[in-house]
Design a protein around this ligand. Sequence first.
Ligand code: CTP
Length: 402
Amino acid sequence: MTLRGKHIIVGVTGSIAAYKSALLVRELVKAGAEVRVIMTPSACEFITPLTLATLSQADVVLDMFPQDRAKGTWHIHLGMWADLMIVAPASANTIAKLAHGMADNALTSLALAVRCPLMVAPAMDTDMYVHVATQENIAILRRRGASIIEPESGELASGLVGPGRLPDMPVLMNAITTHFESRAGDLAGVPVLVTAGPTHEAIDPVRYIGNHSSGKMGFAIAEAAARRGAAVTLVSGPVALATPPGVDRIDVGSAEQMHAAVMQRFEEQRICVLSAAVADFAPARPSDQKIKKSEANTDGMRIDLRRTPDILRSLGERKGGMVLVGFALETENEHANAERKLREKNADMIVLNNPRVEGAAFGGDTNVATLIFADGRVEELPLMAKSALADIILDRALALRR
Ligand code: CTP
């Protein structure tokens, strides 16, 4: 039942194991999934598109530039359609291209356009598989949140023995069903509120005090929660990000506005994740007109600041049964500071980041976090994609709710 109606893209590359993709497509269709196959030019040397079109009951995508102009944005449409993209078998060449974001054929272009999770099942000769270049490329994909289905060891087409074999169908099918089983719908109907991005505090009509938050972490949490069935409200500061599917987004500018938007909606929430980098101070008297240089003294000017409302603290004071998750960005005495914030603001969990750790910088797609719980537990997490961290934060919040 797990795969019924699921939209799955099977990417096939030039590996001797390409023949097994026919079995995979057949199994997926039998399990009720809707399958679209996309092949690289080399894959067609190993298995015909006709075989895969017949088994998937759909046209196979081969061309970057289809003759039919109306289909020119096929990769965007297919990218939005899919619930999962699995590249099986994945050759060393395609893995390298995926790792480096190349888009030189239909498959690699689509891999950049999809919004869904990516699974990669490497299959190649042992020497190519264990080569440091391939291993580093696989590590890059893993860090970005792709799931890697490890190849099996055994006799390979070349006669060599070692790792590199595409696992058999039960292993591949198990990886795919587990992917959909875990977490699917586990937040169904749960109202979740997320704050994200920076706030902008006006100095005058054209200038503001802000910070470097990109909003990516909060948007990843909103996206993951919506995918898991939650009713998500995303209160976002000024960011350049698309609204994740199914998310109710409220755009705000200042800390004051974010506070008002959250307080208006907090009562119906069950989980609140406050990932916004809210400005702690705002200009006390923003000017109605653009401030002119001539208004300053020759040695400079002063802007008086006032405190902004602390949203996390406000929620902590009134939280009732809701699970309240805060973030802490610390560059020194990280644990002690995060624990103090947790206690003072009455949160249930704090996600602690240090932007100076490699992989945790502002604006990136990865993060390194430590979770600190009100009951004293501490969970150190490795470097991972923000999308993967988003799911873990929601897992823990859900466990606290229970
Ligand atoms: N936060 C908030 N409203 C504010 C400031 C912070 O809701 N006005 C939330 C953030 O979204 C985050 C947590 O509080 O979840 C921690 O924010 P941070 O700025 O790191 O902590 P501060 O309390 O401002 O402490 P400090 O300035 O000492 O770092």
